[in-house]
Design a protein around this ligand. Structure first.
Ligand SMILES: Cc1cc2nc3c(=O)[nH]c(=O)nc-3n(C[C@H](O)[C@H](O)[C@H](O)COP(=O)(O)OP(=O)(O)OC[C@H]3O[C@@H](n4cnc5c(N)ncnc54)[C@H](O)[C@@H]3O)c2cc1C
Length: 382
């Protein structure tokens, strides 16, 4: 293990790996990434891996759109041997209340002004796109063809491979157990395999980011929250887009391999690190999914699992510096949508750490917004 590095990244998910690659690409090659399990063993490898630009806030639309554009060309950009399997089958968002219809109208107007070609469509049009959709209770839909789904393992691996080729050292099955701080400044990272002297640490530890913050004396406003998900047997292609309902808290997508992946957010879930899966989820998920997509009742479930959303008080991520400790950087609190913004997290955090002007403004996503009471309220989250 190296004894020093310019930047140490904690976390080998999409955020850590994309930042490692971008730091090296921008010339900072003395970078070490530490991951306690295998790459993508945290939320990244457990996620739905849906990618959408249909957001309700300008900043989220811009970050997601830019990420989506990177994903479109990521195999080539990273010279990846495999395939990140980015399929742009669209996202069909269901509005089931008048308030949602009004919100979707505003969202579409905003998205169109930013070059995102989403549309508010009638239920009849939605049925042309997803013929097996149960139209009962749906008032209108929003649709954007360029949204889609990628393979989270391949995407993370592609970044890690490219980062390694540029000189980044990646240590898997290595756990960060402490952070050394002297006179308010980061001076090193302690792991179960040795110690690395550094003045810059990126906390990209997903559901464990609060613990990592505590190691440096930083109190991050983060709550890990279990989210469950399941996958079915593969069947012939029958559904192009991801179908999502914010009011039912549910999403369901067919992957390029033919399996359906679906999940929902249980409003009664208690915060904490819990990655066990439950029968209750299987029952409730099946009930909700077959309610809106009855055809699924003929398809068998093969596997279910759970992962962590890392929630902030306003369900928007924290990018920037930790308050009170110089040299700790944060890419945390993605609140259930960190995979899709991962490519831009990598660009923005690398620029920020290197003291460059960021390609998109991230100052409003800083840690201080919670104390200032300047919360960002994104209306379109599951
Ligand atoms: C069920 C589910 C569905 C989801 N669906 C979507 C979706 O459709 N689209 C989307 O964009 N997002 C989705 N998400 C959210 C998405 O998975 C996360 O926001 C994203 O993966 C966060 O990536 P990350 O790299 O920041 O964190 P992670 O992938 O969690 O990576 C953090 C890493 O840090 C490591 N680590 C932690 N502590 C230590 C330590 N002490 N030492 C060393 N390593 C450590 C962990 O092992 C982990 O691998 C979903 C999440 C879940 C759970």
């Amino acid at each position: 293990m190296k004894s020093s590095a310019e930047v140490v990244i904690i976390g080998g998910g999409i955020s850590g790996c994309a930042t490692a690659y971008n730091l090296a690409r921008m010339g900072c090659k003395d970078v070490v990434l530490i991951e306690k399990g295998h790459l993508a063993s945290g939320s990244t490898g457990r996620c739905g891996a849906g990618v959408r630009s249909q957001w309700g806030l300008e900043m989220n639309c811009k970050i997601a759109k830019a990420s989506c554009e990177i994903l479109e060309n990521l195999n080539e950009i990273l010279e990846y041997d495999g395939d990140i399997e980015f399929k742009q089958g669209g996202y069909l968002l269901l509005a089931t209340t008048e308030a949602e219809v009004e919100q979707f109208k505003k969202n579409v107007q905003l998205q169109n002004s930013l070059g995102i070609e989403s549309r508010l469509i009638s239920v009849e049009e939605a049925l042309e796109i997803v013929p097996h959709l149960n139209p009962e209770g749906i008032l209108a839909c929003a649709f954007h063809q360029k949204d889609g789904h990628a393979n989270p393992f391949h995407t993370t691996q592609a970044y890690a491979d490219a980062a390694r080729r540029l000189g980044v050292e990646i240590y898997t099955y290595t756990e960060v157990t402490g952070i050394r701080v002297k006179k308010g400044r980061i001076v090193g990272v302690i792991t179960d395999k040795g110690e690395i002297a550094t003045n810059k640490v990126l906390n990209a530890a997903g559901g464990w980011a609060k613990k990592i913050g505590e190691m440096a004396g930083v109190d991050l406003p983060l709550k890990p929250e279990r989210h469950q998900i399941l996958v079915t047997e593969p069947v012939e292609p029958i559904q192009g887009p991801m179908v999502m309902s914010f009011s039912l808290n549910i999403y369901c997508q067919q992957t390029p391999h033919g399996s359906f992946i679906m999940g929902y957010g249980d409003p009664n879930e208690k915060p904490g690190i819990n990655q066990t899966s439950t029968w209750d989820f299987l029952i409730e998920m099946s009930r909700k999914a077959t309610q809106i997509l009855p055809i699924l009742s003929n398809i068998r479930v093969v596997r279910q699992w759970a992962g962590l959303y890392t929630m902030t008080p306003d369900a928007a991520p924290i990018y920037g510096s930790a308050e009170g400790v110089e040299g700790m950087y944060l890419a945390v609190g993605f609140s259930g949508h960190g995979f899709m913004v991962g490519p831009m997290t990598g660009v923005l955090m690398a620029e920020y750490i290197l003291g460059k002007e960021t390609s998109l403004p991230i100052d409003k996503l800083d840690m201080g917004r919670f104390k200032r009471g300047e919360l960002i309220q994104e209306p379109s989250v599951v």
